[in-house]
Design a protein around this ligand. Structure first.
Ligand SMILES: *[C@@H]1O[C@H](CO)[C@@H](O)[C@H](O)[C@H]1NC(C)=O
Ligand SMILES: *[C@@H]1O[C@H](CO)[C@@H](O)[C@H](O)[C@H]1NC(C)=O
Length: 415
C-alpha cells in the first residue's frame, strides 16, 4: 500500500548526482549548483521540515516533497529499532481527504473495490481505486467515520491523479443529483507511530483507552491537547497508529511522542519505511502495483468486498470479476534469492532461461539478514517452494517463492 517511490533508487540517484564529474569548470559547477537549488526550492515542505533538519534528517526529493530518507541512524538500525522499540515517521506528504454527504458511500463505492457500506462506523480497510480496465490507480486506507462521512489517505505520488479522477467522477455524480462533497485535509499533518512502544507512548498523551482500539479502528480524539484523527494502522507490519494532527500542533506532538518514549521511539525516514513495508509484504504503489495491474493479480482479492464480488459496480469490475473466476495470468509473489539483492525490474527466468516474470521491489532484509523481494510471475509458478532464477547485473542467481509477510506482522487485533 501507500505509494512511496523506491527510496533506495532515490538514494542511489542522489548519490550518483552528487558524485558526477561533469562539472569541470567553475561556471558549469555554479550552473549545476543553481539548478539543484532551484529544484530544491520547488519541493514542498511539511510542517516538520525544520524539525527534521534540526534532528539530522537527510532530506531528499520524494514525490515532489523534501523528505528525510534517514536521520543519524543507519537504515539497518532504524529498521531493527522500529521492530524492537518504535519509530516515528512524518508522512504528511500523503494526502488525507474526507468525502461527506448522504451518498458519500455509494459514490466512493463506484470507484473502489471495498464494501464500504458494510464497515462498522469507525473502522476501515485497505482498498484500491480501479480504472475501467480493472488496473490500480492507487491504493488507499479508507475509514467509514459514519454513514455520511468517509476518510481516506492516498499516496503522495498519486495525489494529483487521484484528485483529478475523484473530482471528475464527483462532478458527474453531483449532476445526477448525488449528495457528496469533499475536503482535502491540507491543514493537517500526518504522523505514523509504529512498533511495540507505539501504544504505551501514545497512551500517556490521551484519555482514550487505546487497549479497546483495534487494528483499523478510527477515532477523532484529543491528543496532547489537539483535535486528532487517530487510525490504528500503518505500513510496517507492526502495531501502531497514524495520527492526523492540525499542522500548527504537529511539531509539538512529534516532540511529545519522542519525549514520552524516553528516546526509545526514534525518528525514522523513508529508507527504513521501505525496508519495513517490504519485510511486511506490503505493496508499494508505483513498484508493486501500477495502472496495468489488477487487485487480483496483486494478491489483494481479500480487499474486494463479498458483496462487491457478487455485484460489481466499480470501474473495471467485468475484468476483475472474470479474473476472480478464472484466475489471473500473473500473480504477485514473495521471493528469497542468493547473490546480490534483486531490485525493481530485475528479470525472473526459468531454469532454461525463459522469461517468466519481473521483480518489482527487493533488498537486503535487516531483520532476516538475507535478500527478500516481491515480483510478478506467470500464474502456476506462484506456489511457495517454486524455484527459478533472478537476473542481477547480467548474472542469474537461485531464487525461490516464499509466503509473505517475510517478517510476521503484529497488528493489534480484537480477541
Ligand atoms: C531499543 O531501545 C533500547 C533503549 O534505547 C536500545 O538500547 C536498543 O538498542 C534498542 N533496540 C534496537 C534493536 O534498536
Ligand atoms: C504538547 O506537547 C508539547 C511537548 O511535550 C508541550 O510543550 C505542549 O504544551 C503540549 N500541548 C498541550 C496542549 O498539551
Amino acid at each position: 500500500m501507500r505509494g512511496l517511490l523506491a527510496c533506495a533508487t532515490l538514494a542511489r540517484r542522489a548519490a550518483a548526482a552528487s558524485s558526477t564529474g561533469a562539472a569541470s569548470t567553475t561556471a558549469a559547477r555554479r550552473h549545476l549548483a543553481g539548478a539543484a537549488e532551484a529544484a530544491e526550492a520547488e519541493l514542498k515542505k511539511t510542517a516538520l521540515y525544520d524539525f527534521h533538519v534540526a534532528h539530522g534528517g537527510k532530506m531528499v526529493p520524494f514525490a515532489g516533497w523534501s523528505m528525510p530518507i534517514q536521520y543519524k541512524d543507519t537504515i539497518m538500525d532504524s529498521t531493527l529499532n522500529c521492530r524492537a522499540n518504535g519509530s516515528l515517521f512524518d508522512v504528511s506528504h500523503m494526502c488525507g481527504l474526507s468525502l461527506q454527504g448522504r451518498q458519500a458511500i455509494p459514490f466512493l463505492e463506484s470507484l473502489v473495490v471495498a464494501d464500504v457500506a458494510a464497515l462498522k462506523d469507525g473502522t476501515g480497510s485497505l482498498t484500491v481505486f480501479t480504472n475501467d480496465k480493472g488496473g490500480a490507480i492507487d491504493d488507499s486506507v479508507v475509514t467509514k467515520v459514519n454513514d455520511h462521512h468517509v476518510y481516506l489517505v492516498v499516496n503522495a505520488g498519486c495525489r494529483d491523479k487521484d484528485l483529478a479522477h475523484i473530482g471528475a467522477h464527483m462532478e458527474a455524480f453531483q449532476k445526477k443529483g448525488g449528495d457528496v462533497k469533499w475536503h482535502v485535509h491540507d491543514e493537517r499533518s500526518l504522523l505514523a507511530l509504529q512498533g511495540p512502544l507505539a501504544a504505551p507512548t501514545l497512551q500517556v498523551l490521551t484519555k482514550e483507552d487505546l487497549s479497546k482500539m483495534y487494528f483499523s479502528d478510527f477515532k477523532m480524539i484529543d491528543i496532547n491537547g489537539s483535535a486528532c484523527f487517530l487510525t490504528r494502522t500503518g505500513y510496517t507490519g507492526e502495531d501502531g497508529f497514524e495520527i492526523s494532527v492540525p499542522s500548527e500542533n504537529a511539531v509539538d506532538l512529534a516532540k511529545a511522542l519522542l519525549e514520552k518514549s524516553e528516546g526509545k521511539v526514534r525518528l525514522t525516514g523513508l529508507g527504513a519505511r521501505d525496508s519495513l513495508r517490504l519485510e511486511a509484504g506490503l505493496c508499494l504503489y508505483g513498484n508493486d502495483m501500477e495502472q496495468h495491474i489488477t487487485p487480483v493479480e496483486a494478491g489483494l482479492s481479500w480487499a474486494i468486498g463479498k458483496r462487491r464480488k457478487a455485484e460489481g459496480g466499480f470501474l473495471g469490475a467485468e475484468v476483475i470479476l472474470k479474473q476472480l473466476k478464472e484466475g489471473p495470468k500473473i500473480r504477485r509473489v514473495g521471493i528469497f534469492s542468493q547473490g546480490p539483492p534483486p531490485r525493481s525490474h530485475s528479470e525472473i527466468v526459468s531454469g532454461t532461461g525463459e522469461n517468466i516474470g519481473e521483480v518489482t521491489s527487493g533488498g537486503f532484509s535487516p531483520c532476516l539478514k538475507k535478500n527478500i523481494a516481491m515480483g510478478y510471475v506467470k500464474n502456476g509458478l506462484h506456489k511457495a517452494g517454486t524455484e527459478f532464477k533472478v537476473v542481477v547485473r547480467g548474472k542469474q542467481y537461485d531464487a525461490v517463492v516464499t509466503k509473505m509477510p517475510f517478517v510476521p506482522t503484529k497488528y493489534y487485533k480484537a480477541p
